[in-house]
Design a protein around this ligand. Structure first.
Ligand code: FAD
Length: 199
């Protein structure tokens, strides 16, 4: 089987940046397309659990993630109602002795940390660009036409372009997410002084 030498990643979100780092670290030449004209790091909070933290460790960004976020050393997630009464009290143990069970971090900060690794790994980032066509004529590679009028040959294409993935549509035809009837409101607040669990 042919080794992957050149990968195309479509989408520069958390998934795209993580895949780009992992592939570039493994010696693969990586081109990344991001349809936004410039990097936009969007916020809200995100919790990362021990398995995700271990993956971030293998990408070389764990110390920065932990120092920019808030480690929940006891692994407890307590959800409160509007009066501050507990609804659920959940415990997530860590399977890794050196890794916190949970880290809470601003999503924008996590994305910024991942994206800032790409230059050092010489990822070819094309902002304001997307893929418009994928042709596979041989088993070894695909030819991808880009929105800037150029095209390239790649051994691997990763669709990391979010919930309404255009890559999924190009490969598998029209598939739309279906609203399940569930929703969530999230807002970011200052941490109460008595919330001090930090490893
Ligand atoms: C309110 C909320 C709370 C959440 N909380 C958590 C949590 O606590 N823990 C957790 O693990 N997860 C959480 N998630 C889920 C997590 O945020 C998402 O799974 C994750 O952000 C998805 O990342 P992604 O890179 O796959 O997609 P996205 O973040 O959607 O990134 C896709 C990227 O691709 C680009 N793009 C799109 N289309 C194209 C195209 N055609 N060509 C080129 N580029 C394109 C976009 O501009 C974007 O940069 C939460 C989600 C929400 C909404």
């Amino acid at each position: 089987m042919k080794q992957v030498e050149h990968a195309l990643i479509v989408g520069g979100g958390i998934a795209g940046c993580a895949a780009a780092i992992a592939l570039a670290q493994a010696g693969v030449r990586v081109t990344m397309l991001e349809k936004q004209q410039e990097w936009r790091f969007q916020s809200s909070g995100i919790f990362i659990y021990h398995n995700g933290l271990a993956a971030l460790g293998s990408l070389g960004v764990l110390p920065e993630i932990v120092s920019s976020g808030f480690a929940i050393a006891d692994g407890r997630n307590i959800y409160l109602d509007e009066r501050g009464e507990p609804i659920t009290d959940t415990f997530y143990p860590s399977r890794h002795p050196d890794i916190a069970p949970i880290v809470g971090i601003r999503r924008a900060e996590m994305h910024r940390i991942l994206a800032s690794r790409l230059d050092a790994l010489r990822v070819d980032i094309r902002l304001g660009t997307t893929a418009v066509r994928i042709d596979q004529k041989t088993a070894e590679h695909v030819t991808v036409a880009l929105s800037d009028g150029t095209s390239g040959q790649y051994d691997l294409v990763v669709g990391a372009d979010g919930i309404r993935s255009e890559i999924r549509r190009l490969v598998a035809g029209p598939l739309e997410p279906v609203y399940t009837g569930l929703g969530v409101w999230r807002s970011v607040h200052r941490r109460p002084k008595n919330l001090t669990a930090k490893s």
